[in-house]
Unconditional design. Sequence first.
Length: 442
Amino acid sequence: MFDRSKGKRNVTSFLSKNLRQAMLASILVALLTPAAIRAETMPLSRLEDSLSSSLRLKAVKTQIDYAHHLLRQEQAREGAQISGRLDVGHHRQIVTNSLTRNYDALQPSLSLSYPLLGGRARQLEATKAAQMQIRLSSIDFDEMQRQLQLQLRTQYTLYWQYSQAEQQTARYLDALSGHVPAANKLHEKGMWTDSEYLHFNSELSVAKDELQRFRSLQRIAMNAMHSILGQGIAEFQPVQPELPQLCLSSSALNQSAERHASEVMKLGAQREALLYNRDISAGSSVNADLHLGVSYIEELADSRQGYAATAGISISMPAGFQEVEHANSDRLNAAIMMNRTLDEQARLDIQLTTAQAFENFRLAQNKLEITKNQSRTARESLREARIQFDRLPHPVFNELIQKVSQEYQSSLAEIEGQSQLLQKTADLLLLAPDSCAETGRI
């Protein structure tokens, strides 16, 4: 007949021995696994130094080069215009009389003209437009660089998060696997119900799936970093990202955000061009040219030859040029007023966006503090459960497995909380990258 008390003692002895072996194995895996399967560490700063290789950044850089070429082209068209002409042919006057001349001649000519009023204004406007395009392209370049930096920081943070989660899951799986013999023994002795035994095995299967999921998520984050940088990246071990310091003052954040807001800078460049065009718009509807010319004629059949020089100003303008001038001035004033209104609205939008990003940052901070406290509580509960298990294994075994699972879940939550705080910090840095500029603490 089965001696139940003896069976309990055997199971208790077996569980205690099994737990010690599991703990030793867990410690050994925790010490050896990262060094064995991970490549060299690479901080986020080293990847950020490689942002210049981004294909999207190179494309925007090409736009800046194109804008410089366009500016040189417009500058070359400014000012005086030189034209030359060579006529060789038969000359015959239409009106005929006894003095009508009919001859063959060679007639080269050279002229110099300089645009005045409207013609000159259009030249200056074209040059100013080309200069503004360089500024707009430079603003796009800076914005693209900061956007790519944000994407890289986000994906690196996720890669770090999933790497940490994978290591936690590997330790959790190892802890559960160390208890498999004990679970089998309890089930065989009838001290564990089928549902308890199936639930334990289900936890093992879920842990294995989670391990594969975190590895897949790491590959996805790595591929995203490949796409951002436009080049392949060797496998590396991430470290917790270090981001620039934030000065958490509403005024400092708003000022930094306004300094780096691409929409505000573009509106400023457009407003500068509009003001310039308004200053030079006087007489823009009047086309005038100052021209100088010289020509030489030589008749081929005889010795007749000579020079002719001309100088003058040509003017053309619409009949109601004053109305055209007023309409053009009103158009520019309206455009300037609309630009200033859009600028004010853009600054208000920036303040709202910055305030929202700041609140998200604060929420992430609070959430991380909560998850840290929960994680510390779970670790302490697990420590106490293991002490009780050493004294009275069988009644505490279910509680021990539960505490192991709770400690694992709380650790994952803490890692996720750290990742979210880093991501919210990166979001705020995108808007206000130099909030500490005035205090010199960047």
